[in-house]
Each structure stands twice: as C-alpha cells, then as structure tokens.
Design a protein around this ligand. Structure first.
Ligand code: GTP
Ligand code: MG
Length: 139
C-alpha cells in the first residue's frame, strides 16, 4: 500500500495566488486519488522540522521562513507508481526548467516559490504524510 502513495503540499505562493483549485484538478485528472487533505499553516519551528534534511544547505533559512509565511494544502495521494509519477507531474524544482504543462511550469514563479512539494521516495512519503496526518489506517 505505502508504495502506491505519495505526499504533497500546495505551497504558500500557489495558495496566495488562487491556484488551489487548478492544481487539485491537475492532480485528479492525472489519476491520483486524494486520501487525506488539510488547509493549514506551518509555524517557523514546524517548517524547520519538516525540512530538517536540508538543514546544512545555504537556502535552508529562506526555505523555512518562506514555508511558514502563508497557508498550505498538504495531501496524501494514491496511484500506481505514485512517487515517481507525481514528481513528473510537478516538474523540475526550478520552474524555469520545468517541462511544459507541469504544475511548476504553469503555476510557480521561482525556485523558492515553486508552488508545490512532492515526496522524493516511498520512505519520505510515509514520513512526510505522518507529519500532517494520523489515523490513516481507516482509509
Ligand atoms: P520539494 O518537493 O519542495 O522537496 O522540492 P524538490 O524535491 O524539487 O527540491 P529539494 O527537496 O531539493 O529542495 C526543497 C526546496 O528547497 C525546493 O522546493 C526549493 O524551494 C528549495 N531549494 C532547493 N534547491 C534550492 C536552491 O538551489 N536555491 C534556493 N533558493 N532554493 C532551493
Ligand atoms: Mg524534495
């Protein structure tokens, strides 16, 4: 089951720019089923915890402060080959390099404000999903 799931978050720029609906449409049209979803925000401390793996990177502080600036929409998604297929759907980290038609190509403005997160492995999908959601056994 876990291998068919990924975790995503619509980031503060995409929420503030009114792209929640369009992005959810792209996700469901691509065949992903929404298993869990919230409209919420991260404190600076919680954002730091979520991005702990990037702690030593030069962009860590900017990333954490950016991710705690506004509301976000975290979701757990289900589909065959979910992690890899979702990374394809969102496109490259830097939107100027993201392929035509990908979510970051369509809705992101910069490498910091890049509209959406997608887990990079099955293990991280499970860890990141449980950061926001519990009691998933009932789904
Ligand atoms: P996520 O799905 O958000 O995890 O993005 P990613 O997996 O495509 O990229 P990665 O995990 O390497 O980086 C996490 C986030 O840090 C990215 O989404 C960017 O917002 C930011 N980031 C990554 N690399 C850079 C960089 O070189 N410069 C800056 N300013 N931000 C970066
Ligand atoms: Mg990443």
């Amino acid at each position: 089951m876990a291998t068919n799931r990924t975790f995503t978050m619509i980031k503060p720029d995409a929420v503030a720019n009114g792209h929640i609906g369009a992005i959810i449409n792209k996700i469901t049209e691509a065949g992903f089923k929404i298993i869990a979803m919230k409209y919420t925000h991260l404190s600076n401390e919680k954002a730091g915890e979520f991005y702990e793996v990037h702690k030593s990177r030069p962009f860590y502080n900017d990333l954490v402060s950016y991710m705690s600036k506004g509301n976000i929409v975290p979701m757990i998604l289900e589909k065959d080959n979910a992690v890899e297929d979702f990374r394809k759907l969102i496109g490259a980290t830097d939107p100027s390099k993201a392929e035509q038609g990908t979510i970051r190509n369509l809705y992101a403005k910069s490498i910091d404000a890049n509209a959406i997160h997608g887990s990079d492995s099955d293990d991280n999908a499970a860890i990141e999903g449980s950061f926001f959601f519990s009691m998933l056994e009932r789904f």
